[in-house]
Design a protein around this ligand. Structure first.
Ligand SMILES: C[S@@+](CC[C@H](N)C(=O)[O-])C[C@H]1O[C@@H](n2cnc3c(N)ncnc32)[C@H](O)[C@@H]1O
Length: 339
């Protein structure tokens, strides 16, 4: 496995991809348009998927990454909060027989899966964060500001609140905070005020009702829909996405074998910052403080960074899959215990 240390930013280049990635490899997978996996070749390479290895795909989605690991000979546990994703992937990956199993749950709770409870540990764990194209495009799931549907946005039945619960009940200050923090929406306060004013006479029940309230509050400028950032923020809040990620990062060492690989694909700066800071701290053998006479051993030293910088998509991948534009892949290896 090559370590990528590129001070200009790590842009995945075909040169370092191993011979195991087929020459005719394409990012579009034959999954009936469910979802196009990002970083397919890089994920396969860094996961080191092969016969005899057990991999947990913590974000199964359409099953694209899992299929790559299965084709490379690995055994895969596919995890998702969304029963619809699990049902789809079970059909798609049925040809791999009992090398593919599934568990419905939050990747934050992987320790509750039967495999981990029975003492199994994984050679690799993948988290490909966010929602799938299928979830976004299904009007009835309520993720899209372009399609009329119930204002739901829950990835799975266990999510505690729907988008409607949030916009109809949260304080104006809390709404403004999530729109600003999770959506990086500069007009967060104006949008929060408009939501609170409108819900007083007519609570929100549909996606287009919310999208048009936001558009009326801030107007439409440029090509991006004015509700884009707000919908992202409300989705992240409804599914407690940052909380799940923090819990999964903390739990990963208990799920992996020593030497196991952790691969995380982010699409949002807050998620990437959380992953970067966590892995940076947990891969430092020593910690230092200006008040200390000398650096001290880091009690949290657990990982080795396999790629010091985030791996970014190639221009070719972005052309084929525009969703990859904001994707970043970070890769670490759980340390072996000291002899
Ligand atoms: C970007 S898609 C994954 C696509 C997949 N890698 C593929 O190649 O088709 C993300 C998936 O992860 C699931 N998901 C997101 N957060 C989750 C969590 N905390 N626990 C379990 N599943 C989660 C979503 O329901 C969605 O199906």
């Amino acid at each position: 496995m090559r370590r990528v240390d590129d001070p200009t930013g790590t842009r995945a280049a075909s040169g370092w991809l191993s011979a195991r990635v087929p020459a005719d490899f394409s990012v579009s997978t034959p999954d009936g348009g469910y979802h196009v996996s990002v970083f397919p070749a890089e994920t396969l390479e860094w996961m080191d998927a092969r016969e005899g290895r057990f991999i947990i795909d913590g974000t199964l989605g359409g099953g694209g990454h899992s299929e790559l690991f299965l084709k490379a000979g690995a055994r895969v546990l596919g995890v998702d909060r969304d029963p619809e994703a699990l049902a789809h992937a079970r059909v798609r990956l049925a040809p791999f027989g009992d090398r593919f199993t599934t568990w419905q749950g939050n990747f934050a709770d992987l320790h509750e899966s039967p495999e981990i409870r029975q003492g199994e540990r994984a050679d690799g764990l993948l988290l490909d964060l966010g929602v799938s194209s299928r979830q976004l495009d299904s009007a009835e799931r309520g993720f899209s500001f372009m399609r009329e549907g119930p204002l739901d946005m829950r990835m799975g039945p266990a999510s505690r609140h729907s988008a409607a619960d949030i916009v109809n009940a949260w304080d104006e200050a809390d709404l403004a905070r999530i729109l600003f923090q999770l959506g990086e929406e500069p007009k967060a306060r104006r949008i929060a005020a408009a939501i609170v004013k409108q819900r007083a006479s007519r609570p929100f029940t549909t996606t287009l009702q919310l999208a048009s309230c936001i558009e009326a509050a801030v107007g439409r400028h440029g090509r991006t829909h004015p509700a884009t950032r707000s919908f992202q923020a409300i989705r992240m809040a409804a599914n407690e996405e940052l909380e799940s990620l923090a819990a999964a990062l903390a739990a990963a060492p208990a799920v992996l074998k020593p030497g196991g690989h952790l691969l995380i694909i982010t699409f949002h700066s807050l998620e990437d910052r959380m992953v970067k800071r966590h892995l940076r701290h947990h891969s430092a053998p020593f910690i230092d403080d200006p008040g200390w006479p000398e650096p001290k051993p880091n009690p949290d030293y657990q990982f080795e960074l396999l790629s010091r910088k985030a791996i970014l998509p190639t221009d070719g991948e972005i052309t084929l899959n525009p969703r990859a534009r904001s994707a970043k892949l970070r890769v670490a290896r759980l340390l072996e215990p000291a002899p």
